[in-house]
Design a protein around this ligand. Structure first.
Ligand code: PMP
Ligand code: GLU
Length: 395
């Protein structure tokens, strides 16, 4: 806290994922043998055809400001992708390209929320949803789920959380951090509740769309009666291993897209031009081009689930998508080590970092204080060694 800083930033939490990754990096630089399973980012390199497009863009002298909401031909590639993969029809004025899906989400909170508006967050939810909402004046309202129900929100729980102040709901499927994938029937059941409350805008974060081991990705906006009040957020970070290239995008009702364009015009002027050119090459390709990454993640999922099953006191469900496991570790609460008590998931994550030298993220940051998140977007070698160490220190 520094009183010279705004209340806005003083009241904001630091991103737990990025903070843990920074801590792990720092410990590593000090010579500690840390295995980082905290940050959710694919460990593959960027596909060659995408790199080539970026190199070509530099050679072709792309250098100037782009249209604020993205190059016209990138928007066209996004429109084609939405139609091809999600059966969603958008026009160019409904598409906004941003500096990562994170900025798409931040834009949405800024243009939709007034002070005191409530934002429904089925928990566990991705770490930044709550602070992105709060900084825009919104009040996050968590809706709890259970591991036995695969961390999926029920229509009853959703309806019970709605008040006259509810303005927005944000969810991800496949979900970060639980890996849960909503089926068409499950989403339809949620939509049946939402259609009764026309003031609620739904933000469907589909950034893990392709990292799905059961198939059948469904977009909320594909339901005709939800299309006009759903914003579909996606990006190239996860599908094409382009996290640092910072390109995300949304398909939205036109008035929302225009508002995001206005907001972005005052804040960033638009996303990086070279990364935008490269994203055209990425999105023009069918998802089969990146199937090799999905296949590898699927094998690693089996590997980590098998190893976790050997550790007593850890309860884990099988995630259907993304590259995280979200085990319930509450069995260890109240246990003591070196005179310190593990009171909660944050203490547990610190324990793993200090004793096993494995970086994970506390579930508290995702709205579930009984769990931790482990990313398996890592090599088999690191996964095996990390689970060996965790097992050893928990014994
Ligand atoms: N949504 C979810 C669920 C995520 O896991 C991430 C990962 N960072 C993002 C949005 C933001 O992605 P990016 O800004 O890299 O496009
Ligand atoms: N989405 C990743 C994660 O959840 C990246 C970190 C971030 O953007 O906060 O770990």
């Amino acid at each position: 806290m520094n009183s010279r800083l705004s209340n806005r930033v003083n009241n904001m939490a630091t991103s737990a994922t990025l903070a843990m990754a920074a801590k792990a990096r720092e410990l590593k630089e000090q010579g500690n043998d840390i295995i980082g399973l905290s940050l959710g980012e694919p460990d593959f390199t960027v596909p060659e055809f995408v790199k080539e497009a970026a190199i070509q863009a530099i050679k072709d002298n792309y250098h100037s400001y782009t249209p604020v909401d993205g190059y016209g031909d990138l928007k066209q590639a996004i429109i084609t992708k939405f139609k091809r993969d999600n059966n969603l029809s958008y026009t160019p004025s409904q598409i906004v390209v941003s500096t990562g899906a994170k900025q798409s989400l931040a834009n949405l909170a800024q243009v939709l929320l007034n002070e005191g508006d409530e934002v429904l967050l089925p928990a566990p939810y991705w770490v930044s949803y709550s602070d992105i909402s709060k900084v825009a004046g919104g009040i996050p309202v968590e809706i709890s789920t259970t591991i036995d129900n695969d961390f999926k929100v029920t229509p009853q729980a959703l309806e019970a959380a709605i008040t006259p102040k509810t303005k927005m709901m944000i969810y991800s499927s496949p979900c970060n951090p639980s890996g849960s994938v909503y089926s068409k029937d499950e989403l339809r059941a949620l939509a049946d509740v939402l259609v009764k409350y026309p003031n609620i805008i739904v933000v469907s974060d589909e950034i893990y769309e392709h990292i799905n081991y059961v198939g059948g990705h469904v977009s909320m906006a594909a339901f005709e009666d939800m299309y006009d009040r759903t914003v579909t957020v996606n990006g190239v970070s996860k599908a094409f291993s382009m996290t640092g290239w910072r390109i995300g995008y949304m398909g939205a009702p036109e008035y929302i897209a225009r508002a995001c364009n206005k907001m972005q015009g005052q804040v960033t002027s638009g996303a990086n031009c070279i990364a935008q050119r490269a994203s055209i090459a990425a999105l023009e390709n069918p998802p089969s081009r990146i199937q090799y990454m999905v296949d590898a993640f699927k094998e690693r999922r089996s590997l980590i689930l098998g190893l976790l099953a050997e550790i007593p006191g850890i309860k884990v469900n099988e995630p259907d998508g993304a590259f995280y496991v979200f085990p319930d570790i509450s069995y260890y609460f109240g246990k003591t080590y070196r005179g310190k008590i593990i009171n909660n998931a944050s203490d547990f994550a610190i324990y793993l970092l200090e004793e096993a030298k494995v970086a994970t993220v506390t579930g508290e940051a995702f709205g579930d204080p009984n769990c931790i998140r482990i990313s398996y977007a890592a090599s088999d070698k690191d996964i095996i060694e990390a689970m060996r160490r965790i097992k050893e220190v928990l014994e």
